[in-house]
Structure formats: structure tokens, C-alpha cells
Design a protein around this ligand. Structure first.
Ligand code: IMP
Ligand code: MG
Length: 184
């Protein structure tokens, strides 16, 4: 899909496909350097992290295992509830593993801070976070993030895995939607 496919639903393109991919190239180099010789497990958070997980994992030279978790903190609206529920747990035992959580976006940070303590309680060798996007002005809790793609303004965004009411995840870029889309 490209911006023209959205017609008047699209307000702005915040990050182009090329910008996202260039940044992932850089992050992959850092991860390869930091995790050389280690047994790495990438943990993707469904569903938003699907795109970044696929694009990041393919750029790594370090062999990694991949597993997925689904947690819920949002309904179909645009505000964080702070309530986190495990919808699908990992299939992997974390003891002794170097875990790298792969996320689409850190907004309030509530989901991630909950997830961090949950995964840390399972005896891993380490747990770090890589996120494609972060909204610093939306932070409600401070979360230590090792790899950040882009810091973005505190606006609701879609694309590159991120949805509004389960739509727009397959946009290869990140953008904002026109107000009338939220109107109903
Ligand atoms: P947090 O707990 O507020 O940090 O955000 C948790 C989840 O909300 C993220 O992993 C996303 O799935 C979703 N989310 C946060 N901000 C946005 C956004 O701007 N667009 C789409 N989804 C978002
Ligand atoms: Mg998410």
C-alpha cells in the first residue's frame, strides 16, 4: 500500500518506508555488536510488532530464536487503559536466555513496564527492549529502552503494524489519520 491508497483518510506521513528501513539497518548493527556470541530470543508483542520483528530479524547476522506474546492494553479506542492481560503466552522457557523484546511503540510505557517485570521473573540471563517508535511526551512510567527507532510526537499513529480498530497495520509507512476517520 502507498499513501495514495488511503485517499482522504490519511492526514500526514510521519515516517516513510525508507526512513524506517534505514533506521532498522542501524539498529541491527548495534544488536549484532551487543549480542555477539549470545543465545538470543526475540520476543515479539502481537500484533503490532509483526512488521518490525520481520524486518529487524532479517537484518541480523546473529542467529536468534523468535517467540510471540499477545497482551492487551487497548480496546479499539486510542487511549491506554493501563490494564494488561496475557492473551497468548510464550512457548519458550526463558531461564538463561538473553531476551530482547521487540515492540512497535511505547506510548504510556504501562504495557512494557508490566511485561518487563513479568519476563524478568522467569529467570532470563537478560531482558532488553527494542522499539520502533516511542512517544516521550506520553510516558506515564519510565522504561529503560535499549534500542529506539524514532521518538515521535504524542499523536495517535497508524501503519507499520500499528492499527486503528484493527485497520491500517499493513501500511509500510507510519502516518496520522484525518479526524473524520475517528468520527465514526
Ligand atoms: P502503552 O502501554 O501506552 O505504552 O501502549 C501499549 C500499546 O498500545 C502499544 O504496544 C500499541 O499496540 C498501542 N498503541 C500505543 N500508541 C499507539 C498509536 O499511536 N497507534 C496505535 N497503537 C498504539
Ligand atoms: Mg504493541
Amino acid at each position: 500500500m502507498d499513501p495514495a491508497d488511503l485517499g482522504d483518510q490519511l492526514q500526514d506521513v510521519l515516517l516513510t518506508e525508507e526512513q524506517l528501513h534505514t533506521r532498522l539497518d542501524e539498529i541491527a548493527v548495534e544488536i549484532d555488536r551487543d549480542y555477539a556470541g549470545k543465545d538470543v530470543l526475540l520476543v515479539g508483542v502481537l500484533k503490532g510488532a509483526v512488521m518490525v520483528m520481520a524486518d529487524l530479524a532479517r537484518r541480523l547476522h546473529t542467529p536468534v530464536a523468535m517467540d510471540w506474546m499477545a497482551v492487551s492494553s487497548y480496546g479499539s479506542g486510542t487511549k491506554s487503559s493501563g490494564v494488561v492481560r496475557i492473551l497468548k503466552d510464550l512457548d519458550t522457557d526463558l531461564s538463561g536466555r538473553h531476551v530482547l523484546i521487540v515492540e512497535d511503540i511505547i506510548d504510556s510505557g504501562l504495557t512494557l513496564s508490566w511485561l518487563l517485570s513479568n519476563l524478568r521473573s522467569r529467570g532470563p540471563a537478560s531482558v532488553e527492549i527494542a522499539t520502533m517508535l516511542r512517544k516521550p511526551d506520553a510516558a506515564k512510567v519510565q522504561v529503560d529502552v535499549r534500542y529506539v527507532g524514532f521518538d515521535i510526537p504524542n499523536e495517535f499513529v497508524v501503519g507499520y503494524g500499528l492499527d486503528y480498530a484493527e485497520r491500517y497495520r499493513n501500511l509500510p509507512f507510519v502516518g496520522t489519520l484525518a479526524p473524520h476517520v475517528y468520527g465514526g
